[in-house]
Structure formats: structure tokens, C-alpha cells
Design a binder for this molecule. Structure first.
Ligand code: AMP
Length: 587
């Protein structure tokens, strides 16, 4: 094995008495793996019926796991436990509530909730009903919420009174297709909404799962591109096969584990691995309602005896900042496997985790469109700090260069190109909702092009290099610059706006905006604060720019497109690259 990065390889040896990893030997098992065989394990219902909700809950009850603890929910000041049977019953009630409202197969049910038990019940109840679950991040402002619900043809929304009042009520009248709003709790003061508590209370605990087929739409996740509005990535019930297999292989998850995925279900990780995968495995999942707090997090691992932990680089960097002493003050001996996803994981963090926890964080890579983990550092393989690892069994990845309507595969190790995947795994997205053209453009020469730049080394390990487009990754959240710019342009003083990502030691990248003002407006601190506040109010803290600079004008191509790349190069003092298309330059 060759050393590729600046940090030494972390060699894996099975300790005495340590259980064998689910993926015990990479090359051999990968060579033998087929998705068809993996699918065979999922034939729980007669016919070709496949339903994620059934696989996650009722199937486990049928297997005799009904009394097992499925979900331990840690609220800010209380906790609640759900067994598999308990969660199956609660989700049946929710499915019956939907059915009583006339909501059925294919209808879109959105959630706008923090990590409360109702979110998990709504997700799985919606799937059992054959409806499509579309989770939204509760830190979104009114505009991202409205845009996604409009694009996704929302028929039902499950939310809280406060989130409804602040983020939905201002535009509800503009969206008549949104027929039902279910408010968590026993009552609701808002006309045109229903309280979920009493509706659940009077609903039956018996429900016959809708007979969905593997290719029926199940989940709708929103993601961002460089241009245009957000994209709705469509996932089908067949995705559950990937969720299960990848959790077994890449997270080494087994039925005896206590699993904690810290991601919010408003993002794809928090649904694929924070709801579906662990339940299909039959383990116990921990959900924490609170936001990041190093002391609280270590206490949760210690108290709940978390054995497998899946988190993100921003959180790991914050834990590093909180200091090794804090980690050492807790008994974290229950941890046996730790993984990270969503943004580049600094090699220092891998080395740090090895020294503090006795295990490295295993970086893995995937995106909304892939629905599940594609490239990972496995328990059975040595870890090269800074590398994303190797492709999952059943996944073929390559580094390619686009050449018009085809691609060239770049075989020479450590050549930078676009990361491409050969289509065919079950959780592959089946389309961007209402945007066939954008979907088709993702495929060239038989490959799915991910939009990420990467390299592969001589041992088959993949290394992330950057994005090939202008999207921003902040605290693990993908942010479309266009969405930010559109909101800034709403302000009467703004003539032009551009948003870029600038390096941030904790969140990886922070959103920075540049604006050119309309005549009659002058730059100044007060206007800067006003524009930043406008961004926060409309977009929410997770998406809004953190800083803003004024420019007399923004660089544009001759065809009128703002050159974000040039703004970024100038901001960071990097080479400006090819500026031959810049407006005002000689041809
Ligand atoms: P999302 O669709 O929001 O999950 O974001 C997916 C994007 O996050 C990928 O296309 C990458 O740009 C980035 N990403 C995900 N995992 C990693 C990783 N392990 N290392 C570097 N970037 C990552």
C-alpha cells in the first residue's frame, strides 16, 4: 500500500475477541456482491411489494423484534422510548390520519419540524400510506420553505405552531394546493390547520401498508445547483436496499448496536441513516433534539452507550476545539465505530480521533442524488487520513473528463477529474421533479457525473479535490448561490448580487455575498447590516450570507453571467484563471 497523503496510514488489525466486520474482506466480497442478491433479503410482503416503512418497522415486528428499543428520543428536558412495535403502532395511526383526509399514494407530505418524535412517526407513517415524504430543514427561512413546497406539489405539511406562524403563514394563501396543515400538539390557533394530537388519538392502530412497488416514489429530497431554483431529487422504495446494505458495510451496523446519527432529517443523511437504515438493521437509534454541545454530546455517548456514531466534519472540528480533556473526562468506551460525511474531513481530525477515541473517524462520501453511501473507509481496510476511501460493493466509481457527449476515464493514479458513478444501485435518484432536462444532463457516456472533482490513488482510494461548480458547502449543508442572490435582489437597494463560499475554520465554508447598489444608494455599515438581516429573515440562518461586501459592479461574462469564480479568486488571492470571457476584455 502506498502512502499518498502527508499523514501515515492507520493500519487495521482485529483485536482479540473483536467481532469480524460485516464486510470482512473488501476485494473478494466486492467481486461477489450483486444488488439482486441483496434485494432477495427484502421479500417480506407477498408479490413484489416493497415499502420502506414496512421494512423499517412492521417487518421487524413480524420477525419477533417488536419489544426491542427502536428509538430513544432525548428531548431538551425529557426523553421518550419507542419499541419497534410502539413505533409501528404510532406510524399506523399517522397513516390512518392521512387516509382519513383522503391523502393517498403519491401525494406529497412535507415536514417542517425539529428532531421531535412526530417527525419520525410522520416520515414512516407517510411511507406506509404510499405517500411521498419530503422533509424540510427547520432552520430554513420562509423563502426556501415556500420554494421547496411549491416545487414539490405539497399537499400536506406537518409542522409546529411556531414554525407555521413564522415560515408558512406569510405565504400560505398563495399555495391553494397545500390542503392540510397538521400542527404538532393538542390544539392549534390557526384557521385552516388541524391539531395532530387529537387526530392521532382517535385514529386506529391497525393499518394495512399500501402495496407500493419498488419503483414507486417514496422520498423527495431537495438539493442545490449553481443556477436556478432548488432541485427535487426523487427516490423510490427500492432505495431501502441501499440504505440497509450500505449501513451494514460502511457503518458496520448490526442489530446489537446503539447508533447515533447526528444529522437532521431535513437533509438526506438524516433520513437515509437517521431514520431508515438503522431501523431496517433492527438496532436502537438515539435521537437528540438539541443542537451541538460538546459536553452534552459526550454525555449522550457515555450514558446511552452509543456504539456506532455517524457525524460530520464541522461537528468534529468543534469537538477538537472543545479540547481533548473534555473527551477524556467521559467514559466513551462503548464506541466501536465512528464515521463522518458531508464535507471534506481534515486528515488532522482522523489522526486526532484515533488518539482520543482509539478509533479513527471513517470518512465516507455520497450526495443527495445517490441516496446512500457510495465511497467509504471500511472497518476492514486501512485508513489513509484525508481520503474518502473506496467504493461500496455494487458501486463502480471512476475519475473522468467530459468530452462533449462522452467522457474519457482517467486511469492514471492521482489525476484530477470529475468523480463519476456507473448507474444501477437501488438508491440512485430517479429524476429531478419537473426537471427532466436537468436530470438528463447528469448522465454522459453511460456515467452519472457527480459535480465533484476528485482523484484516485494507486490503491483505489478516492481523494476529494473540490466542487466543479459554484455551490457552497457550509457546515455540511449544500447552498445554491442563486437562491441566496435571488433573496438579496429582492431588497430595493440591490442592483446585482453574487454569493460565494469563503473558507471558514469551523464550518468549512461560509457564505459571502457581494452586491452592487442601485443609483441613489450608498454603501455603508447600516446598509450592510440591513442586507444581512434581510438575508437571515428570508433565508434562515442556515442559508443566509454571514458577511457582505459592496462593489461598484460585479464581473460578468459577455453573455451576462456573474463570474462568481473570479470573485472568489480575487477574494482569496488565487490565480484568476481564464478570464477571456470577462465582459470588457479583448477577445
Ligand atoms: P448533499 O447532496 O447536500 O449531501 O451534498 C453532497 C456534496 O457534499 C458532495 O457532492 C460533495 O461535494 C460533498 N461531500 C459529501 N461527502 C463528502 C466527503 N466525505 N468529502 C468531501 N466532500 C463531501
Amino acid at each position: 500500500m502506498t502512502e499518498t497523503g502527508p499523514f501515515s496510514i492507520i493500519h487495521k488489525r482485529l483485536g482479540p475477541g473483536e467481532p469480524v466486520p460485516n464486510l470482512s474482506e473488501y476485494d473478494g466480497e466486492r467481486a461477489e456482491f450483486t444488488w439482486d442478491e441483496a434485494r432477495a433479503a427484502f421479500a417480506h410482503l407477498p408479490g413484489h411489494i416493497l415499502n420502506i416503512g414496512d421494512e423499517a418497522l412492521d417487518g421487524q415486528v413480524r420477525r419477533g423484534l417488536g419489544d426491542r428499543l427502536a428509538l430513544r428520543w432525548l428531548g431538551r428536558d425529557r426523553r421518550r422510548d419507542f419499541t419497534y412495535a410502539g413505533l409501528a403502532a404510532a406510524t399506523n395511526r399517522f397513516a390512518n390520519v392521512l387516509r382519513s383526509l383522503g391523502v393517498g399514494r403519491g401525494d406529497r407530505v412535507f415536514s417542517l419540524l425539529g428532531r421531535v418524535p412526530e417527525l419520525y412517526v410522520a416520515a414512516l407513517g407517510t411511507l406506509k400510506n404510499g405517500s411521498v415524504f419530503a422533509p424540510l430543514f427547520s432552520a430554513f427561512g420562509p423563502e426556501p420553505v415556500r420554494a421547496r413546497m411549491a416545487l414539490g406539489d405539497a399537499r400536506v405539511l406537518v409542522t409546529t405552531e411556531s414554525l407555521y406562524r413564522r415560515k408558512v403563514l406569510p405565504w400560505r394563501a398563495e399555495m391553494p394546493a397545500l390542503q392540510h396543515v397538521l400542527i404538532v400538539g393538542d390544539s392549534t390557533p390557526h384557521v385552516g390547520t388541524r391539531a395532530l394530537g387529537p387526530a392521532m388519538g382517535s385514529a386506529s392502530e391497525a393499518f394495512a401498508v399500501e402495496r407500493t412497488l419498488p419503483e414507486d416514489m417514496a422520498l423527495l429530497h431537495f438539493t442545490s445547483g449553481t443556477t436556478g431554483r432548488p432541485k427535487g431529487a426523487v427516490h423510490v422504495h427500492d432505495a431501502v436496499v441501499s440504505h440497509h446494505v450500505t449501513a451494514r458495510y460502511a457503518l458496520d451496523l448490526g442489530p446489537d448496536d446503539v447508533f447515533w446519527c447526528t444529522a437532521d432529517p431535513g437533509w438526506v443523511t438524516g433520513t437515509s441513516y437517521g431514520i431508515v437504515a438503522p431501523l431496517t438493521i433492527g438496532c436502537t437509534m438515539v435521537v437528540d433534539e438539541g443542537e451541538f454541545d460538546a459536553e452534552r454530546w459526550y454525555s449522550i455517548i457515555e450514558r446511552e452507550r452509543v456504539s456506532v456514531w455517524y457525524t460530520a466534519p464541522t461537528a468534529i472540528r468543534m469537538l477538537m476545539r472543545a479540547g481533548t480533556d473534555l473527551a477524556k473526562a467521559h467514559d466513551l468506551s462503548s464506541l466501536r465505530f465512528m464515521a463522518s460525511v458531508g464535507e471534506p474531513l481534515n486528515p488532522e481530525a482522523v489522526v486526532w480521533s484515533q488518539s482520543v477515541f482509539g478509533h479513527p473517524f471513517h470518512d465516507n462520501w455520497w450526495q443527495t442524488e445517490t441516496g446512500g453511501i457510495m465511497i467509504a473507509n471500511f472497518r476492514c481496510l486501512d485508513v489513509k487520513p484525508g481520503s474518502m476511501g473506496r467504493p461500496l460493493p455494487g458501486v463502480n466509481a471512476a475519475i473522468v473528463e467530459r468530452q462533449g457527449a462522452t467522457v474519457q476515464v482517467l486511469d492514471t493514479p492521482m489525476t484530477v477529474g470529475e468523480l463519476a458513478l456507473a448507474p444501477g444501485w437501488p438508491s440512485m435518484f430517479r429524476g429531478y421533479l419537473h426537471d427532466e432536462d436537468r436530470y438528463r444532463k447528469c448522465f454522459v457516456g453511460g456515467w452519472y457525473l457527480t459535480g465533484d472533482l476528485a482523484m484516485r490513488d494507486a490503491d483505489g482510494y478516492f481523494w476529494f479535490v473540490g466542487r466543479s461548480d459554484d455551490v457552497i458547502k457550509s457546515a455540511g449543508h449544500l447552498i445554491g448561490p442563486f437562491e441566496v442572490e435571488s433573496v438579496l435582489l429582492e431588497h430595493p437597494a440591490v442592483a446585482e448580487a453574487a454569493a460565494i463560499g469563503v473558507p471558514d475554520p469551523l464550518s468549512g465554508e461560509a457564505v459571502k455575498a457581494f452586491v452592487a447598489l442601485k443609483p441613489g444608494h450608498a454603501p455603508g455599515e447600516a446598509l450592510r447590516d440591513e442586507l444581512l438581516a434581510h438575508g437571515r429573515k428570508r433565508l434562515g440562518a442556515a442559508v443566509a450570507p454571514k458577511c457582505l461586501d459592496f462593489r461598484d459592479e460585479l464581473p460578468r461574462t459577455r453573455s451576462g453571467k456573474i463570474m462568481r469564480r473570479l470573485l472568489k479568486a480575487r477574494e482569496l488571492g488565487l490565480p484568476e484563471g481564464d478570464i477571456s470571457t470577462l465582459e470588457g476584455t479583448e477577445r
